[in-house]
Design a protein around this ligand. Structure first.
Ligand SMILES: [Zn+2]
Length: 354
């Protein structure tokens, strides 16, 4: 699955391993022995396998595109194990599919854009952050415009919709990209570092430096990413602009449906005609963006990421680098120990009856 999403042949992937001692998984391992070359660091840090998840039912979100000013509906649908996250442009002939992977990212200022052929989807980072943090592995995201709705500038509407949909466990384990050594990008002014983490941990920290804009100043925020921490600490943190940036965008004819109540615009005194949800809302939003960009890995990440004044481009570059420098644990059929307890109990009951 991951091979396809990274646009790379299976043999080019760095290392593979699986963890688990059920007979089912052991048989799977035997077939892979020629491929196994697991770094000792990763062997010690390999988390337990857990089932992939999709949505229990479809949900949708409607809103306006910040840049296009067009109304758009985003429908989140359940998808089969091994699908990953895939956008579908339902407004175009043949409804082209755009898989979420770093290979499909194209460089556009100030937002994350994915493209496949002539079809594209824009401003996807807040949706991907919500899906990634919610632990949803497989989802078909059907959209009827190129640009995703800006909503209030945060991931809140998407996170709430995914909660409303509920989660369903599936019969493949989650693939994982595990950072096995320190990887660093950038220079003193802007850098991003990935380091090994404890088993299963995905931790992000963002260091923001707006020293030239004292009302924002320097802010640092970090958290271990999971559905609860994301919803509580990051989902509602909104994107922000400086007054001069907002004026420039207006001059370009952008943001027709965006008022000062819809987006945080800072002048010298603070947010204009708006109030902050968190004292450090700016760095929280940058952390949200980082999670959304790292979701281009297309699978669960295990590692500690520290970002200093990075943007979408460098965040995505880290994903490209990790594909060459991290360990990959591929999906395997769910071992008995990772199933729902009820399912295991039911299986035991059937065995006893037999
Ligand atoms: Zn953002």
């Amino acid at each position: 699955m991951l091979d396809k999403r990274l646009n790379r042949p299976p043999t080019a992937l760095a290392r593979r391993t699986v963890n688990g001692d059920s007979p089912l998984v052991s048989r799977w391992i035997l077939s892979w022995i020629p491929l196994l070359k697991l770094s000792p660091m990763t062997a010690a840090r390999t988390p337990e396998l857990t089932p992939q998840k999709t949505l229990a039912r479809p949900v949708s979100v409607r809103g306006w595109g910040y840049w296009s000013g067009l109304e758009v509906e985003v429908q989140f649908h359940p998808a089969a194990p091994g699908t990953g996250h895939v956008f579908v442009r339902t407004d175009l002939p043949a409804q082209p599919r755009i898989p979420v992977c770093v290979g499909n990212r194209i460089e556009v200022p100030l937002r994350t854009v994915l493209a496949q052929g002539t079809a594209s989807v824009e401003m996807v980072e807040h949706i991907l952050a919500a899906l990634s943090a919610a632990g949803i592995d497989n989802c078909e995201i059907r959209v009827n415009r190129a640009e995703m709705p800006g909503m209030d500038g945060s991931s809140l509407a998407f996170t709430q919709a995914l909660q409303e949909a509920g989660v369903e466990r599936q019969q493949l384990t989650r693939p994982m990209l595990i950072v096995n050594s320190s990887v660093r990008l950038g220079d003193d002014a802007s850098w991003l570092q990935a380091e090994p983490a404890n088993a299963g941990e995905y931790h992000v920290e963002y260091q923001l430096d707006y020293s030239e804009t004292p009302v924002i100043g320097r802010q640092t925020f970090g958290l271990t990413v999971n559905a609860d921490s994301f919803e509580r600490e990051l989902a509602s943190a909104r994107t922000f602009l400086l007054e001069r940036e907002a004026q420039w965008l207006r001059q370009q004819g952008l943001g027709r449906h965006v008022s000062l109540q819809d987006i945080l615009v800072f002048d010298d005194q603070g947010p204009m005609e708006n109030s902050l949800r968190f004292a450090d809302e700016c760095v929280r939003h940058k952390t949200l963006d980082l999670i959304g960009d790292l979701a281009l890995a297309g699978c669960q990440l295990v590692g500690r990421f520290t970002a200093h004044r990075t943007g979408h481009r460098m965040n995505a570059e880290m994903v490209r680098k990790l594909i060459h420098h991290a360990d990959l644990i591929e999906a395997v059929p769910v071992p008995v120990s990772a199933e729902e307890p009820e399912q295991a109990t039911e299986r035991e009951a059937i065995r006893k009856i037999a």
